[in-house]
Design a protein around this ligand. Structure first.
Ligand code: GLU
Length: 304
């Protein structure tokens, strides 16, 4: 029996909703509606230092003004830490994670720092076989070793993105063992998102393409926890005039809650949706038109 579609929008309350997050909200909502599925909202507020007081309430208020109403009460990651602890305990018991005593500086200074990818350091595996007398700082998930020959390299994670097409990432050479519980006691996004998507029975993840790079890690973590892998669809990110991803840090403006239709039609345009009515008079008219346009858009994707 195919499972009923369950999708979600998972904003981080680091500031008000901006045009980039509206695009993700709209795409996830449209995909759920186009499939006759459920659409949930999860507030990803576990990153204490980045969370801005009042931002979550402002996001919920804006979502309501823009016509996005979740089918179930919202979840808050800050109220779900027992689930993350339980998942980490299972991974400790199964030997998938190990304590790590390395500081960022030690990792940066290690001989592997030539393998730095973008700004991410690839962890050289120093604490894989013990802490060497150092105190434990963080917990890391072991990724499979790279097997250069043979078709079935366990380090190579492949998946078909519904928008972007076939993807692959070598966890050993491109990512390395990654942190699930940080030295400052904060739960890593990768663990929380995988535990929540599994526990909430999310079948379809629709989000911005900036998270494409995290997806292989999440699939590996699902495999370690025996959780199912949802279908993934990553929509193109919105960039500013300098080509940077729109975010609070790159100067994204908050959405104007008094003018939802203008921003929604612009978000639909960003997604390449061919609306019949580019100037709808009501949210309901926009929504009906956009759901039809989304269904047509899905059939035109390279991955379709
Ligand atoms: N909270 C993440 C963000 O705002 C999104 C997580 C996800 O959709 O998986 O970037």
């Amino acid at each position: 029996m195919p499972q009923r579609y369950r999708g979600r929008f998972a904003p981080s309350p680091t500031g008000p909703l901006h045009f980039g997050s509206l695009v993700s909200a709209l795409a996830s909502w449209l995909d759920a509606r186009a499939h006759g599925g459920a659409w949930l909202v999860r507030m990803e507020d576990i990153d204490g230092p980045r969370t801005v007081p009042g931002a979550a309430d402002a996001i919920f208020a804006t979502l309501g003004r823009f016509g996005f109403h979740a089918d179930e009460p919202p979840e808050w990651q800050s109220r779900r830490v027992d689930l993350y602890r339980a998942a980490l305990d299972r991974l400790i018991a199964s030997g998938h994670v190990y304590p790590c005593g390395c500081t960022r500086k030690e990792i940066a200074d290690s001989q592997l720092h030539a393998h730095r990818r973008n700004t991410t350091l690839i962890y050289p595996g120093t604490c894989r076989n013990g802490l060497h007398g150092k105190p434990a700082r963080a917990w890391r998930l072991r990724v499979p070793d790279d097997a250069r020959s043979g078709a079935g390299n366990p380090a190579l994670i492949r998946f078909d993105d519904r928008w972007q097409g076939p993807q692959q990432q070598n966890l050993a050479t491109e990512v390395g063992d990654f942190v699930l519980l940080r030295a400052d006691g904060q739960w890593a996004y990768q663990l929380a998102v995988v535990v929540d998507d599994a526990e909430q029975h999310i079948t379809h993840v629709v989000r911005g393409a900036d998270l494409l790079d995290s997806t292989a890690r999440q699939i590996w973590l699902q495999q370690c926890l025996g959780a199912p892998t949802p279908a993934y669809l990553h929509v193109p990110v919105v960039t500013n005039a300098q080509g940077e991803k729109l975010s609070k840090q790159t100067g994204a403006r908050a959405l104007d809650p008094a003018r939802p239709l203008e921003a929604l039609t612009a978000a639909a345009r960003h997604l390449g949706l061919a609306l019949h009515d580019p100037a709808p008079a009501t949210l309901e008219a926009f929504q009906a038109d956009a759901i039809d346009a989304w269904k047509r858009r899905l059939t035109q994707l390279p991955a379709a």
